[in-house]
Design a protein around this ligand. Structure first.
Ligand code: NAD
Length: 297
């Protein structure tokens, strides 16, 4: 089986590398030289043009920043579908808006290919470790066809429902993560100001009712949680700009469903403040800087 991988960034690079490590032939494409270099280090054979990456592929994964790019990379003239063998399976693991995901199901299948929206949760560590949670929208038949590959990348695989259901699950999940991260920022800062040792408070909260995935992975005091971006000046990890995108898309979906979501709206405003301060590329756990007053001018 030949696999093509489009988008070899923080997530896509290590995911493609895991398929190589599992014995699959993977050809990747990404215009960024840095992404190309690091994917090549993971054993991915990197093509210089998109057409070369997808020629002869049975399955194509896309792992791109947003829905506009996914649509353009797949559907534009000289895009993926123009070079893919008929009947091939396209798996979009990017986080994108639900409407675009549904449109892609129609457009891709309308041109004689198969499609799944299959966003992931678990961050760059989950990508590297092959323990991501996959939330898949589309037919069960297509999921079964993709399953051997997805299982290399995943700890858990869920069939969320029909077209767009993977993205619906992902956006609701990430909206909760943003709100949890804002709560973590306030709780960790409060504990600090009240004179608690961060490591001791972390141990208490981790097994108490204030615990969350954000707390366990992103605790925002240095030296408490090994995986936390605070240990390296909030570089790497899950970018503020990507979280902003997800919360914005969740709010759009909420508005479409007639819902008022005030905590998510506040999280969105906080993420916008970080972006205005030039922190769009920093990890989302940097929300703590809005609480502890350490955001540089
Ligand atoms: P990233 O910015 O590190 O990677 C995206 C890559 O896409 C970049 O390397 C970029 O050069 C490449 N790209 C842009 N245009 C392209 C094109 N036309 N053809 C091929 N490649 C192109 O982002 P990421 O963190 O890897 O996230 C990718 C997707 O995964 C996003 O949709 C994001 O929301 C989602 N996601 C990210 C995380 C995380 O923790 N980083 C977790 C879950 C889901």
């Amino acid at each position: 089986m030949k696999v093509a991988w489009i988008g070899l960034g923080n997530m896509g690079g290590p995911m493609a590398g895991n398929l190589v490590a599992a014995g699959y032939t993977v050809t990747g494409y990404d215009p960024s030289e840095q992404a190309q270099r690091s994917a090549a280090e993971h054993g991915v054979s990197v093509a210089t043009v998109l057409a070369e990456a997808v020629a002869g592929a049975d399955v194509v994964f896309t792992m791109l920043p947003n829905g506009r790019l996914v649509s353009s990379v797949l559907l534009d003239a000289d895009g993926v579908l123009d070079h893919l063998p008929a009947g091939a399976l396209v798996v979009d693991s990017s986080t994108i808006d639900i409407a675009t995901a549904r449109e892609l199901h129609e457009a891709v299948t309308g041109r004689g290919f198969r499609f799944l929206d299959a966003p992931v949760s678990g961050g760059v560590f989950g990508a590297a470790a092959g323990t991501l949670t996959f939330m898949v929208g589309g037919t069960g038949e297509n999921l079964e066809a993709a399953r051997p590959l997805i299982e290399v990348l995943a700890g858990r695989v869920f069939h969320a429902g029909g077209p767009g259901a993977g993205q619906s699950a992902k956006l609701a999940n990430n909206m909760m993560l943003a709100i949890n991260t804002a709560g973590l920022a306030e709780g960790a800062t409060l504990a600090d100001r009240l004179g608690l040792d961060p490591a001791v408070f972390y141990q208490i909260a981790e097994v108490s009712s204030g615990s969350s995935w954000a707390l366990k992975n992103w605790y925002p005091s240095p030296g408490v949680v090994e995986t936390a971006a605070v240990n390296h000046d909030f570089n790497g990890g899950f970018a503020v700009s990507l979280m902003r995108k997800d919360v914005g898309l969740a709010l759009e979906a909420g508005a479409g469903a007639g819902l008022d979501l005030p905590y998510a709206s506040r999280a969105l405003a906080d993420l916008d403040r970080l972006i205005e301060a030039g922190w769009s590329g920093k990890d989302t756990a940097s929300m703590v800087k809005l609480v502890d007053g350490t955001l540089p001018d």
